[in-house]
Design a protein around this ligand. Structure first.
Ligand SMILES: NC(=O)c1ccc[n+]([C@@H]2O[C@H](COP(=O)([O-])OP(=O)(O)OC[C@H]3O[C@@H](n4cnc5c(N)ncnc54)[C@H](OP(=O)(O)O)[C@@H]3O)[C@@H](O)[C@H]2O)c1
Length: 332
């Protein structure tokens, strides 16, 4: 059976990846409809042997879709997902709008794919940095019970959308050519980095850091896990990196860690200790797998593990995860 599919945010960083994945993974598409803002009206995007026009969002235009991928940001999700649901469409939302709603499953298929049921009409896809953390962590948590996680992220420009990717490219070029450039952030980005600029909360954490804490508890179905994050935007085009320090309730050996991780689908060990070579964002760019390595025992505290993980946040962190959710749903 094939499906009428809509991508809301089709011209964006995530939307364009979803289009490629539907094509590359032979998703059963009967009809593909692409939506973006009024700025993109008149544009068209190739898909298979067709060239598809960008449509404006309207109640009428959303009619007749079987599956809708929402990747146009929170305000669009908040406004339009309730309308899409009224027309009995199955919705996968990449924004944070519904992630903490108790009745909405927040799904990484390799970890909690069992949450997707035939009756569900809306599934939320998690924050990208959280997905990159949990892909190596979930099987370790099941074996040794994570108690406290300290994580630092090194997040790519494309994590903030197509516009920041362009900003980084253009600003870097101008910097190298010593040409004038008016940057759109309150500080230069090329050859620089900055604490994640999502909204700052009164407790001093930014929203991205809070998302990592809350989404980890929801996906691992354990509200006792404590997580503290420091999220940093780095001048990398694509793929987020992170370092994690995880205290477990149970003791472990490094052999057990490597054995457990060897069979996790979507996860690849990437390390050459003799060459001191571990995964970089450029290794992970365009790849479906999350790469991990540098597993070591923290000598300052019992039952504590350190590791490094890198993943393409546009793929497993967003578009691939959303398409995998749709693949599971249509197979039920
Ligand atoms: N980027 C990532 O790595 C990542 C990872 C996980 C989750 N997410 C989430 O995925 C969503 C999309 O992120 P992104 O990085 O792809 O953003 P983006 O590159 O900025 O793309 C945003 C998309 O939304 C469309 N849009 C904006 N206003 C609209 C409107 N009024 N009506 C219809 N479409 C509208 C844009 O169309 P125009 O081109 O016409 O402006 C564009 O297609 C966000 O919620 C984000 O938090 C992103």
């Amino acid at each position: 059976m094939s499906h009428a599919i809509g991508i809301i945010g089709a011209t964006g960083a995530v939307g364009r990846e979803i289009i490629s994945l539907l094509e590359f993974r032979n998703f059963p598409v009967k009809e593909l409809r692409l939506f973006a803002s009024p700025r993109s009206q008149g544009l068209s995007i190739p898909f298979l042997d067709q060239t598809l026009p960008i449509e404006p969002l309207s109640e009428k235009n959303l009619q007749g879709l079987d599956i809708a991928f929402f990747c146009a940001g929170s305000s669009i999700s908040k406004q339009w997902i309730p309308l899409a649901l009224q027309s009995n469409c199955f919705v996968i939302d990449s924004s944070s709008t519904f992630r903490q709603a108790p009745q909405i499953p927040l799904v990484i298929p390799e970890i909690n794919g069992h949450m997707i049921q035939k009756t569900h009409r809306l599934i939320a896809s998690p924050n990208c940095a959280t997905t990159i953390l949990l892909m190596p962590l979930f099987s370790l948590h099941r074996a040794f019970q994570a108690k406290r996680i300290v994580v630092s992220t090194y997040q790519a420009a494309s994590g903030a959308g197509a516009h920041l990717l362009q900003e980084l490219k253009q600003e870097t070029k101008a910097y190298l050519e010593n040409a004038p450039y008016t940057h759109h952030l309150p500080f230069p980005y090329a050859f620089n980095l900055y604490p994640h600029n999502s909204p700052l909360h009164p407790d001093g954490y930014v929203e991205e850091e809070q998302k990592m804490a809350h989404e980890t508890q929801k996906i691992l179905e354990d509200e006792t896990i404590q997580l503290t994050a420091t999220c940093v935007r780095v001048p990398v085009l694509r793929a987020h990196s992170l370092s994690a320090n995880v205290e477990f309730k149970q003791p472990f050996t490094l052999d057990e860690i490597y054995q457990l991780l060897a069979s996790v689908p979507g996860l690849a060990l990437f390390e050459d200790r003799a060459a001191n070579r571990f995964a970089t964002p450029r290794d992970a760019s365009g790849k479906n797998d999350i790469f991990c390595g540098r597993f070591r025992k923290d000598p300052t505290q019992p039952n504590t593990l350190e590791f490094w993980a890198v993943g393409d946040q546009l793929l497993k962190g967003a578009a691939l995860n959303a398409v995998q959710i749709a693949e599971r749903q249509v197979q039920l």
